[in-house]
Structures are given as structure tokens and as C-alpha cells.
Design a protein around this ligand. Sequence first.
Ligand SMILES: N[C@@H](CCC(=O)N[C@@H](CS)C(=O)NCC(=O)O)C(=O)O
Length: 320
Amino acid sequence: MTVSPRAASPADFDEFGPYLPKNRAGEVLQRTDPAFRGRITADGSSGYPAEPGRYHLYVAAPCPFSQRSTIVLHLKGLRDAVTISVADPLRDGRGWAFREGQGHGLDEVNGFAFLSEAYQATDPDYDSHVSVPALWDRVTGRIVCNDYRTLSTDLATAFDKFATNEIDLYPEESRAEIDEFHEFLFTRVHDGPYRCGFARNQAEYEREVSRLFEALDQLEERLADRRYLFGDRLTEPDIRFYVTLARFDAVYFTHFKANLRRIADYPRLRVYFRDLYRMPAFRETTDFGQIKNHYFRTHPWLNPTGIVPAGPLLDSLVND
Ligand SMILES: N[C@@H](CCC(=O)N[C@@H](CS)C(=O)NCC(=O)O)C(=O)O
């Protein structure tokens, strides 16, 4: 079946306000467990077998959870096996939407103008976060998974038969250690800048900013004797750390006041970041323009003018 993709009307913050996840009763939602937690497996035992051409991934370029998945697809050579729609980085009160623009576009698979339509199509009573990434299954006509905790790992492990690059991002023998490390990365690093930026008072901010930089200091130390977080091979933790590093100096440092140090000031983290950024899978999925546009324009309570800063120049981070 071919669909005619529809474009959402332009983002309009005066009319629709900023996106705040709310339920129908108008209550603002905190982070909750994701609603759709299907797993993709190589043998299909989960009910969702890995098959080329079956799944469609909804992402947004500024979203670090989304970028985990796009890096994995790129690294594994799965970009023909799993199709992708990239939402507009500007998200007004109506949530993620599809519009033509630099680095993003329409939903060619379902023709949805808003991502909320995919959630409604999956569950007409759906009343929670409309988040990216979300993986759509063409066969059952629903979202299988919007669980940022498992999605990139499933893409990294279940599709090996169709991958054109042989790379094991989640080696069997290190899984327990990697899972534990992912927990640390999420709570202390990935979430850290948001906790600083959205802190409700000085004491909370100060606690969060020191926790975040303690964790970055630990990671700087960890990289003293190794190229990657788990030694000399690239694994999923590197992808999960990279997506934070890529947003750090450009956005988190100013917008979220995560500003004790820049990544460019950490001798090892700087080199580590540049090493990853040189790889096409990392560089080509990193769009600093969309990243800045999203954060600086969609949190009016943090940046009321919506002015997107011109800098920082990221030369020392991305070049030698
Ligand atoms: N909050 C999501 C995790 C992924 C996430 O936070 N994605 C962001 C973009 S980086 C998003 O789409 N947030 C909208 C929302 O959570 O309502 C969830 O609970 O599943």
C-alpha cells in the first residue's frame, strides 16, 4: 500500500505552546516506564522476528535516545533493512511532527503528520508520552517498542543475518558488565544534564551538577588505559556515552548550566569524542544545527527569547 505523506502545519509556539507530556486530564507526566516494550529477536520467539523491510523507526535528530539507534543501524550496515523517518526538531505543544526540512522529512511509510497518530493507531486509548524513538511494525500495524532501554540493543543484536557489517556491539561475555555500566551511564551521565537544567532550586542544581561532573571525571580516568569504554573494541556503551558528549558543549553546558567544565577541557574525553566523531556512523548522525535548534527553541522557560546561540565553535572538539 502506498500512502501520501502529509506534512504537519508549521510549529507554532504562540498557538500551541511548548510540548509538555500531559495526559488527557491535563496532568504533566514525569518520566514513566515506556508503554510499548516489545522485543525484536533473531528467532522470532518474542513474536517480533527480525526481518528486513518489516520495521520502521521514528526518530528525531536532537534526541540522544534516537541517535543511539541510528548509530547502531549505520554501524551494522542495516540502513536498508530498517527504514527511518526523522521528525522536525521543532516540537510545539502538539508533539513530534513530520515536516520537510534540512535533515528531517515526512513519514513516507504511514503518512502520519504527527507521531501521536502512530501512538493512537497502536492504542486508541493511549494517554501518555509520545516519545521517540519508536519502532513501528508494518505487519501488525503498530508500535512494537518505544523503550529506549532495549531498542538500540535489539537493533544491535537481532538483525545480524541481514547486517552488511560484522560488528558485535553487545558481546555475550561482557553483557552483565555492560548492563550494569548502562545503568550508571543513564542515571549519572545521560540524565545528568537534564537534572541540572530542570532542577527546581539552587540546592538541587548544585547536587546534580556535582554528581554529573564526578561521573565525567570517573570516565576520564577510565579512558586512561583504553581506547573505548570496554577496551579496544567499540561496544554499545560507547554509543550511549557519545550521544551525551555530542550535545554537551553545544547545548548542555549553557542551556542546562552543566558548566563546571566543557568536554573540550577533558584531555581524554576530548580525544575519545573526536575518535568516535571521525567514524561516519557517528558524524553523519550528529546534526549540531538540529540539536541546537531543538533545545534552545523548545524550552521557553529556560530560554524565553528562543534565540539560538551562534557558538560555541566546536573546532577543538571535532578537529585535531
Ligand atoms: N521519555 C521517553 C524516553 C525517550 C525520550 O525521553 N525521548 C524524548 C526525546 S529525547 C521524547 O520524545 N520525549 C517525549 C516524552 O517523553 O513525552 C520514555 O519515557 O519512553
